[in-house]
Design a protein around this ligand. Structure first.
Ligand SMILES: Cc1cc2nc3c(=O)[nH]c(=O)nc-3n(C[C@H](O)[C@H](O)[C@H](O)COP(=O)(O)O)c2cc1C
Length: 194
């Protein structure tokens, strides 16, 4: 698949067929994540491949309701996490992305006023993985609305690491519908902002 076609045709998929996803397909997805850029090549990300139904159910139970202006709804990806054959959880080591390397045990200092870049670096790995899944005909949807502390307990994430997102992987039941994007004229400028 052409790169630009892949970028534009990837969609969040929330309904999957019962078809299995094999280990080679998952390996290719992880490999794509591994090659993402990261702050000073610190690679703070860690990926947990969940196939166990019980663990998937426990992860789904950490998902939060989503607040709309007028009401709360069940997280729209809830069933996807429960039914997909695989869920990939992404967590990150804290205190290395964006950090100035001081002596071991010293208080972490960050290079910029943006602090720890773990969210940024893991997001790059996640997008690579979503595209690698899409390139193999698989669907995914990022889940960000969940209780990270609860999910960390479910997955035995050790101290010094934080859960960032998780995403189900499965064979799409059908094509996703593209939510509209802002026009480039609204978001891209020449020389200076605005
Ligand atoms: C950080 C982040 C968190 C997200 N969390 C959720 C979520 O909890 N549940 C969900 O159904 N979709 C979630 N999404 C998916 C977005 O709703 C989706 O990417 C967006 O509507 C654009 O649709 P597309 O992915 O099909 O282009 C999340 C996306 C991002 C980037």
């Amino acid at each position: 698949m052409d790169l630009f076609d892949a970028l534009k045709s990837r969609r969040s998929i929330r309904r999957y067929k019962t078809d299995p996803v094999d280990d080679n397909q998952i390996q290719a997805i992880l490999e794509a994540g591994r090659w993402a850029p990261s702050w000073a090549n610190t690679q703070c990300w860690r990926f947990i491949v969940v196939r166990d139904t019980n663990v998937k159910t426990q992860l789904a139970d950490t998902m939060m309701k989503v607040k709309l202006p007028d009401r709360e709804i069940l997280n729209p990806a809830f069933n996807a996490v429960n039914t997909a054959p695989v869920v990939i959880a992404v967590c990150a080591q804290i205190g290395i992305a964006g950090a100035v390397h001081g002596p071991a045990g010293a208080k972490v200092e960050y290079s910029t006023d943006k602090g720890d870049c773990f969210m940024f670096d893991t997001a790059l790995a996640v997008e690579n993985m979503l595209l690698a899944a899409h390139g193999q005909g698989l669907g995914t949807v990022i889940v960000g609305a969940f209780d990270a502390a609860k999910a960390e307990k479910v997955l035995n994430v050790p101290q010094g690491y934080r859960m960032v997102v998780f995403f189900p992987v499965g064979v799409p039941e059908g094509p996703g519908k593209a939510p509209p994007r802002k026009e480039l004229t609204e978001i891209a400028y020449k020389d200076k902002f605005g």
